[in-house]
Design a protein. Structure first.
Length: 267
């Protein structure tokens, strides 16, 4: 089902997250992993640098994925019918890799005008306790907490940001997903993930959706892509999908969008 049941919506509002929601078949998820790994192979190895950020502006198969009707229907049930994709990024943990994600809230550095923002985290591989599945603290989205930047070398977050107060890890819930399933979480959800202790990669694709009424408060030139409904507000410069994978025009468009986002994130 692409629409969320009333009980599921209530769980999301209470807990700040919801999972699992089936999006792709196992075979479709594997095909997306193969496409990603072909891109990596063509660029000399593990996806890095600007390719990790807003790759839906570079690759048609990701531009299609952010418009997947199952994802959009579920997000619409939470945020309403006029939706923008504000950003996308990959979170990849190699086998036996010390990389981790510290406890944090996404809203801390994003500069958005209101907390009606949702992340759809789609698993390209199984996400298990052993390979570093996300952990979330139910109900922690009720308030914004203080953070500090660590720039820790193994932290997958761009600033190594972490919550500056103690988090009760015993309350954390493991967000276990099968390949092709997704979770949804609120922009203020306290979440993180441990290293991958398994012999295979853990690959997730995070899509951040905002309703068109949301504004960027930390800069004047942010951009986003309309994926459902109409944009009567025009708070964001419009982004467009690529005509084909890595099209020259798409590369230039992507570079501008990523540079704008970086200026806001590192302000």
């Amino acid at each position: 089902m692409s629409r969320l049941a009333a009980a599921a919506l209530e769980r999301y509002r209470r807990d700040g997250f919801l999972f699992p929601i089936g999006v792709l078949t196992t075979g479709e998820a594997l095909e997306h992993r193969r496409r990603l790994e072909a891109v990596e192979a063509a660029h000399g190895g593990r996806l890095g640098g600007d390719l990790r950020h807003k790759p839906h502006l570079l690759f048609t198969w990701l531009a299609d994925l952010v418009r997947h009707p199952v994802i959009l229907d579920a997000v619409e049930d939470v945020l309403g019918s006029h939706l923008l994709v504000w950003s996308t990024s990959f979170f990849i943990k190699a086998a036996r890799d010390p990389a981790y994600v510290s406890w944090h809230q996404d809203a801390t550095y994003w500069g958005l005008s209101e907390p009606d923002v949702i992340t759809a985290w789609l698993a390209f591989t199984d996400a298990t306790v052993d390979n570093g599945a996300m952990r979330m603290v139910p109900g922690s989205h009720a308030e914004q907490l203080a953070h500090r930047d660590t720039f820790a070398p193994h932290n997958l977050l761009s600033r190594g940001q972490e919550i500056a107060v103690e988090v009760d890890e015993a309350r954390g819930i493991d967000v276990v997903l099968r390949a092709g399933e997704m979770s949804l979480h609120h922009v203020r959800m306290v979440h993180g993930s441990p290293p991958n202790r398994s012999d295979d990669r853990r690959i997730g694709f995070a899509i951040r959706y905002v309703p068109t009424r949301v504004r960027q408060l930390a800069g004047e030139d942010d951009s986003a892509m309309l994926v459902r409904g109409v944009d009567d507000y025009h708070h964001f410069a419009p982004e467009r999908p690529p005509a084909f994978d890595l099209a020259p025009e798409a590369r230039a468009h992507h570079a501008e969008a990523v540079a704008r986002a970086a200026r806001i994130l590192y302000r």
